[in-house]
Design a binder for this molecule. Sequence first.
Ligand code: AMP
Length: 419
Amino acid sequence: MQTIDNFNFAGQKAFVRVDFNVPLDEKFNITDDTRIRAAIPTLKKILADGGSAIIGSHLGRPKGVDGKYSLQHILQRVSELLGVKVDFASDCLGESAVEKAAVLKPGQALLLENLRFYAAEEGKPRLSDDASDEEKAAAKKAEKANQKEMAKQLASYVTVYVNDAFGTAHRAHASTAIMADYFDAEHKLFGYLMQNEIDAVEKVLKDTAHPFTAIMGGSKVSSKIEIIENLLTKVDNLIIAGGMTYTFTKAMGGKIGNSICEDDKLDLALSLIQKAKDNNVNLVLAIDAKAADSFSNDANTQFVPVGEIPDGWEGLDIGPETEKLFAEVIENSKTILWNGPTGVFEFDNFAGGSSAVGRAIVNATEKGAFSLVGGGDSVACVNKFGIADKMSYVSTGGGALLEFIEGKELPGIKAIRGY
Ligand code: AMP
């Protein structure tokens, strides 16, 4: 397989699929440019080698051409961060793109308009709900054909395909997977970000140093079932935290007051407890909670055993005994995966547990453990506590990371390395 470090881009034109799906405010200012920064090393390497880069991305979920989702909004920031004035093609497939791609010189970069302005990018027809089943089936078939055509045209602009969009690696879209078919094995490769993400997950799941501890937090067990099931075949310790604690507590006969709970998942919680036993996994559940008398930062609070939450109160974070328990397990680990906060960390008064978990991971990492943090809110957590740079790796992927940890094949990865 070709790698970005080994590939000399001199004289080559590269299509670089990035994930520039950044948040914008109502005046279209970028509020967090992390995703743009993450792709800069790949783009710089291509230009420094004497190659040129055609940059493709999606932004938001447009239903067609829509100025609100134009990549024009981010053009200037891309130029600033890359240190090169980046040109813009106002359409990713039309004449503007074809002409601008054709005249691109070594050292130059071109940003294409939002790939998702075309339904063909996703390969899914955009039909109204009242379309008949036949119409839907015919449109689906047509859109798959359009997707191939789109992939073929994007591929025709360049000599090499680079995928650096980990955030969309779980999607089989024209630019994230299908277009790789138009390049031989020597001319398709991962960018640095994608490679780093894959290396980090594989270090945790395949090349694991033990003890391996996963901390699964967040609100609901239902959104994490597949990950928990896959982790139960790999980890030594599984810490369950956050709102999903109370589904487990109730399933075991505890009193949870008004705490968040999925009543239809009580049997599932019991079967996960049994599975942990069968697999010799040390399942670590909270023992005390910081309970609140309302869902608010200013609520009255008390620390109570996790299965004795009074009526009218709800557990919004772990208590001090649990902080100690979790920290001890974490600090004795060699591999750590953290997904999801231990409580409602958005409220400062209920961020203490997540902060304690973060500190324990920092301590373990300083002692040589490998720590991977990822999946939405845990990244927000480490940023809030200013400890992101103390983790071994903070993933940029949300859904893609979660599917990767679930053990699924990601189309964007498979399209390049074959598995
Ligand atoms: P998720 O997206 O599933 O990782 O869930 C993250 C969300 O879970 C955050 O917005 C937290 O505020 C929320 N959360 C964590 N613990 C609790 C809890 N004990 N009660 C209610 N929500 C919680």
